[in-house]
Design a protein around this ligand. Structure first.
Ligand SMILES: Nc1ncnc2c1ncn2[C@@H]1O[C@H](COP(=O)(O)OP(=O)(O)OP(=O)(O)O)[C@@H](O)[C@H]1O
Length: 293
């Protein structure tokens, strides 16, 4: 069938609506602060996959777009959250049958003794079938300093599954950008099967404050304007500390602030409490953090 002579048409808009991809993309836009470049990349990947589906419907050759992906960025930059949305998109487009996400690290795939790795990796792959397997800090699978490392065995098995287009499984490799780049350089076979690269930038302190405010809103809490100012300072100080994990550190800090708020309320038993008292985080709840001592 030649494209020019074909009378058959597909309506892109109708098809797009039917897959309800827009819903997922809108959720992504609404729920996640910042991440403009990530959102654009996800939209582009979704468009490519949709067009491929339409080509197949019209009997055109499918370019068999590679589905496996790489999500790079620091901890807590939203990689897992976006991966979950990606799983949903792949499911709605019919690339995977179940659409669930399984998150693993090296320890879930690699055994400590000879003969343990293959069954472990295969079990994980079995659980992930029909969905997305998210391998966090994927570079730890490869330990060039250790010749007898079983990680290589896990990589071999993953490669076999990735090569087999019929397998109903998409793998996302995730981790710090520089370490992932080195991992791909050392594993060219694997790198050539990862078609889509998405980089997650670190958040600015202002974005992290916004993320924090949304997290509190979801839990029916709020900060006073003074508390917001202090929390921004907290974020700036926390960013300089070891093990800073972007939005995850914000979530943890707010958990502790809520704890201090509860203690503060508890410490004044005689006082009549209003709704405002119960939902409000005051500056002092944040200033009690060790970062201000
Ligand atoms: N842009 C954002 N807006 C709102 N919440 C966010 C945003 N990014 C991350 N979060 C929240 O921060 C937390 C950590 O995000 P997530 O687990 O997706 O990060 P990650 O990059 O996968 O981190 P890790 O690889 O360390 O697990 C989640 O609770 C998520 O909802």
């Amino acid at each position: 069938m030649s494209v020019q002579t074909s009378q058959q048409t597909v309506n892109l808009q109708t098809e797009f609506k039917q897959t309800q991809i827009q819903e997922v993309l809108d959720d992504l836009d609404r729920e996640l602060i910042g991440l403009q470049t990530v959102k654009t990349r996800i939209r582009e990947i979704a468009a490519l996959l949709l067009v491929d589906r339409l080509r197949q419907k019209l009997g055109l050759s499918s370019s068999n777009p590679g589905l496996h992906m790489s999500f790079t960025g620091s901890p807590g930059t939203g990689k897992t959250t976006v991966a979950r949305k990606m799983a949903d998109i792949l499911y709605r487009l019919g690339y995977i049958k179940k659409g669930h996400l399984i998150t693993v690290t090296r320890d879930d795939l690699v055994g400590q003794y000879i003969g343990h790795t293959a069954p472990k990796t295969k079990q994980v792959l079995k659980n992930a079938m029909g969905g997305v397997l998210f391998i966090d800090e994927a570079y730890y699978l490869y330990r060039p300093d250790n010749e007898r490392d079983y990680g290589a065995e896990a990589i071999e098995i993953l490669l076999q599954v990735m090569e087999n287009q019929r397998d109903d499984l998409v793998i996302i490799f995730a981790g710090y950008k520089d370490k992932m780049d080195r991992f791909y350089t050392s594993n060219p076979g694997l790198a050539s099967r990862v078609a889509n690269h998405v980089n997650f930038p670190d958040y600015t302190p202002e974005e992290l404050l916004m993320i924090g405010k949304i997290m509190l809103q979801e839990q029916q809490y709020q900060m006073t304007p003074e508390a917001e100012k202090v929390f921004l300072q907290y974020i700036q100080r926390r960013m300089e500390q070891p093990h800073f994990a972007n939005a995850r550190s914000v979530r943890n800090a707010l958990d502790r602030a809520r704890l201090r708020q509860a203690n503060r309320i508890f410490a004044t038993p005689g006082k009549k409490l209003t709704k405002f008292d119960l939902v409000t985080i005051q500056a002092e709840d944040i200033l009690k953090s060790r970062l201000f001592q």
